[in-house]
Design a binder for this molecule. Sequence first.
Ligand SMILES: [Fe+2]
Ligand SMILES: [Fe+2]
Length: 290
Amino acid sequence: MEDAINHNNPMENIDDWEDNLKERYPDPETPAKEKEEFRNYVDSKRVETVKEFYRINHMNQTYDFVCKKEDEFLRFDKKEMSLWEAVDFLNTLVDDSDPDIDLDQLQHLLQTSEAIRADGHPDWFILTGFLHDIGKVLCLFDEPQWAVVGDTFPVGCKFSDTIVYPDFFKENPDYSNPKYNTKYGVYTPNCGLDNVKMSWGHDEYLYQIVKDYLPEPALYIIRYHSFYSQHREEAYTHLMNDKDIEMFEWVKKFNPYDLYTKAPVKPDAKALKPYYEALVKKYLPDVLKF
Ligand SMILES: [Fe+2]
Ligand SMILES: [Fe+2]
């Protein structure tokens, strides 16, 4: 008998979405043979569950849904944690039912930040790599996968055809609402992304938690790192202002570190901890409100 699909959490692991991204946007530097191996690894069951994940995501991410989630989570009354406690908390997300995935969340963060560090980038950029996915703690507050990960996109205006599986938006009530289904919807030309509501997920959530502490490019990276229809397809430039265009250069610079970094030797979390502790202390308060 087929396993029943859990429609709130269709993927076995939230990292299945990131694997799907790598398939959609393969690393230009990866040899063809490895790309082929990766495609084999992404078996058909995984493709189906990721597709189901997008169906539910596209159906439910409405303008009203985002307002509701902002209301619920931007009170920051769920938990107080240091960044380290948040990392430990996030690490409980590891799914050991999948033998192919031995990368825990901390490893993904360290691999991203260590690759940024190896390229000689400024310390705030390294820190951004280290914390960019901490917003996934939303999963541990029992939020469904489709409201934590996935490509993000503006709500309140027409959904771009360049977003993955665009046909699924037909099931979203905003798709047929004249208030929200025109090119600009509730927005004005080049109003700036700060005035645009994005679909709800780990990106916006973490941005709101750290927005008073990090330099502007870091905040752009955190807030828009899953906005693929813009940083890969440039589908929403008509909503962006000059500042957004300038800052997106950083988002684009960050993206390959997030997607393609896979160190041959796993970073040694214990040995690296003092370095990251100092970095966290330099920019963030001892306790963050979630
Ligand atoms: Fe992410
Ligand atoms: Fe990531």
